[in-house]
Write a protein that binds this ligand. Structure first.
Ligand code: FA5
Length: 340
């Protein structure tokens, strides 16, 4: 019987739709049942052979089956689409309340770290932290420091000259001059900063490096004061007591002038490759401010005396972290710098 066959097809197809596991399964059912030349189409074709009243009944059943199956396919398709959407949304899940990752955080350069530590120590000892320009006058870089144009000490600090006669400062010492001119005695100042020399670069020399300068002028200042402050500074940098010694050293702007050495921190004075077996490592230049320097900046050497010192911040960082090549520090290589 046609009607029974139709109902069988309908229930069989509904079962296939219910058990379909993908959109492709559904499409197969659609093509086989509802498509042109599909199972229902075959029934429609058979209708022509039926008697009119039978045809009307069978037609009703056939149309009913067609609608039911179309609706069932439609709803099954929707369910698959919704499930697919749910999976996609779960994958693309977004919580706008989570804080954004933000830019990558940098950190301070080891030279900046030591500079700030030293600024902190000296500030606590009553020193002002002064800044000076990197482009200096010849007068403040050399003449006012007792280094006239024909003085051989100029050769040791060859630098880059500007067309107008100014220069890139070769040391932070011109800030002493600025301090004396601007603030006068009594004076306690330090001046960290960048300096330049016309040098060929090697493991321990850069053409651009950092120094820190210090100066104290008061009544009755002596070498004992100088040593006291140097010990405090070096203990801070190396985080332990260090033994120091003074050797004569020549700088035209101090008299007497010294090279200050520290006892080698690696071998404690026994002798090792770092201190070249001497037990001591040269650390900084210092001395009592030369009367000519005081006088040139308008300070009476009969009334005032003072000490000054200057050390290489870059070399200090190398000592503290046992870095064997200065080029690591200023090469801008993040793989190196990120270790600090
Ligand atoms: C001076 O520059 C004096 N102005 C220091 C001074 C100040 C002495 C006050 C007395 C009183 P010197 O040329 O030695 O001195 O340099 C000081 C330090 O700078 C050195 O000990 C060293 O640590 C560092 N330095 C010098 N040249 C270079 C360079 N090419 N690269 C890296 N560090 C350097």
């Amino acid at each position: 019987m046609l009607e029974e066959s139709i109902q069988e097809l309908e229930s069989g197809s509904l079962a296939r739709i219910a058990s379909a596991t993908s959109l492709e399964d559904l499409e197969t059912v659609r093509v086989q049942v509802l498509g042109r030349k599909g199972a229902l189409d075959q029934f429609f074709k058979q209708m022509g052979k039926l008697a009119p009243d039978e045809r009307a009944r069978a037609g009703k059943v056939l149309n009913g089956a067609k609608q039911t199956l179309e609706a069932a396919l439609e709803s099954a398709k929707r369910q698959f689409a919704e499930a697919a959407l749910r999976i996609r949304l779960d994958g693309e899940w977004l919580d706008p309340s989570i804080p954004a990752p933000g830019p990558r955080r940098g950190h301070l350069h080891p030279i900046t770290h030591i500079q700030r530590e030293l600024e902190e120590v000296f500030r606590s000892l009553g020193f002002a932290v002064l800044d000076g320009p990197e482009v200096e006058t010849e007068y403040r870089n050399f003449d006012a420091l007792n280094i006239p144009a024909d003085h051989p000490a100029r050769d040791a600090q060859d630098t880059f000259w500007l067309a107008n006669g100014d220069l890139l400062r070769t040391h932070t010492s011109p800030v002493q001059v600025r301090g004396m001119e601007r603030l006068g005695p009594p004076l306690r100042m330090i001046a960290p900063g960048r300096v330049f020399r016309n040098e060929s670069v090697d493991a321990s020399h850069e053409h651009t490096f950092y120094q820190i300068e210090g100066m104290m002028i008061d009544r009755g200042v002596s070498v004992a004061h100088l040593l006291y402050f140097m010990r405090i500074m070096l203990a801070e940098v190396f985080r332990r007591e260090v033994n120091v010694r003074l050797r004569p050293g020549f700088f035209p702007f101090v008299e007497p002038g010294f090279e200050l050495d520290i006892q080698c921190l690696l071998c404690n004075g026994a002798g090792c490759p770092v201190c070249k077996q001497s037990g001591w490592v040269e650390q900084l230049g210092c001395g009592m401010v030369h009367p000519n320097v005081l006088r040139m900046s308008g300070i009476d050497p009969e009334e005032w005396s003072g000490f000054a010192f200057g050390l290489g911040l870059t070399r200090l960082v190398m000592m503290r972290y046992a870095i064997d090549d200065i080029r690591h520090l200023q090469g801008g290589d993040l793989r190196f710098l990120e270790q600090f």
